[in-house]
Design a protein around this ligand. Structure first.
Ligand SMILES: Cc1cc2nc3c(=O)[nH]c(=O)nc-3n(C[C@H](O)[C@H](O)[C@H](O)COP(=O)(O)OP(=O)(O)OC[C@H]3O[C@@H](n4cnc5c(N)ncnc54)[C@H](O)[C@@H]3O)c2cc1C
Length: 288
């Protein structure tokens, strides 16, 4: 196996263009497990760790541009206020070791339906910045990025540069069910993002369909029913939960049954809405 090491973003793109079969490696917390278990044996690895551009985040055009190589530990430490949904999800990932090495770009590259970054990115309307030496930059909306089980929209010569999200315009919440509290793959997960000024609701469902998905009918229902100045209507919250459960397309597997996942999603949707609503009212209610 060849080991290619890129020292800059331009060099990484050039190497990927020359060797589309090279598997990018950032934290290695997915790639090394696959190699160790002989799930794959690529002809080459493309090490992105020396590429400093990937490990920073910035604010550009009023949005956060989070480099693909920013690890979970830094999302938690540095972006808890601006991207609270993503930071909450990051807190649930693996162990301290995995959170120090594992990155948002690696989560997107792996595109597991159970990956914890995906629901908050979907709920926040994130965009994934990808680039190739031949065709330049493409901005892919999160909901178009996941195209199948562990498959994403990257072309073979493209790399993930960053993920873009608006600094949270309102409360965001994330909830994950596992068989224990740490080092656990989600049985299912749910993220909610409220945007009071625009009257919008964003959702993301994890581990309950072939790809991470939004619950669009539930979003539209809730955005239409919410009175942003009033206490949360229990019937509206319950219906929102039902619609989230209905949006999922889960399977029975070793981690849980399809029926349990649907039920759990309904409960998580109601709970996250209640928490987010309490945050919204604590901030003084409507901004519309
Ligand atoms: C013990 C353990 C516990 C875990 N717990 C969780 C958990 O709770 N939740 C969770 O979501 N995940 C979990 N994971 C999986 C893993 O940690 C995450 O998916 C992590 O985000 C991967 O990031 P990484 O930087 O290590 O990726 P890598 O392993 O380096 O790469 C992952 C994939 O992304 C591709 N890739 C990486 N960077 C780029 C790039 N810039 N452009 C294009 N492709 C790229 C790689 O080629 C590979 O296909 C766990 C893993 C382990 C080993």
């Amino acid at each position: 196996m060849e080991f290619l090491r890129a020292l800059s973003w331009e060099e990484a793109l050039a190497l990927k263009g020359e060797r589309p079969d090279a598997v990018p490696i950032q934290g290695g917390t997915d790639v090394m497990v696959e190699i160790n278990f002989d799930v794959r044996r690529p002809g080459a690895l493309l090490d992105l760790n020396p590429v400093a551009e990937l490990t920073s985040w910035e604010t550009a055009d009023g949005r956060l541009r989070i480099g693909a190589g920013v690890p979970y530990a830094r999302l938690i430490a540095e972006l808890g206020d601006r991207a609270p949904g993503l930071a909450q999800a990051a807190r649930t990932v693996g162990s301290p070791q995995i959170r120090n090495r594992g990155t948002v770009g690696g989560n997107l590259g792996a595109a597991s339906p159970a990956g914890d970054c995906h629901p908050p990115l979907l709920a926040a309307g994130a965009q994934v910045e990808v680039e190739s030496a031949a065709d330049g930059v493409r901005m892919i909306p999160a909901e178009e990025f996941y195209v199948g089980v562990k498959r994403n929209a990257l072309r073979e010569d493209e790399l993930i540069r960053a993920v873009w999200v608006e600094p949270a315009p309102g409360p965001q919440q994330f909830s994950k069910i596992g068989t224990r509290n740490a080092m656990v793959i989600a049985v299912c997960s749910f993220a909610l993002a409220l945007d009071p000024a625009r009257g919008r609701v964003g959702t993301g469902i994890g581990s309950a369909a072939p790809t991470p998905i939004r619950a669009t009918e539930a979003e539209e229902f809730l955005a239409g029913e919410l009175d942003w100045d009033a206490p949360l209507d229990g019937a509206v919250a319950a219906r929102f939960g039902e619609l989230v459960g209905r949006a999922a397309a889960p399977i029975d597997d070793v981690r849980g049954t399809a029926a349990y996942r649907r039920h759990a999603l309904s409960v998580m949707a109601r709970r996250t809405l209640t928490w987010a609503w309490n945050d919204h009212l604590a901030e003084g209610g409507t901004a519309r």
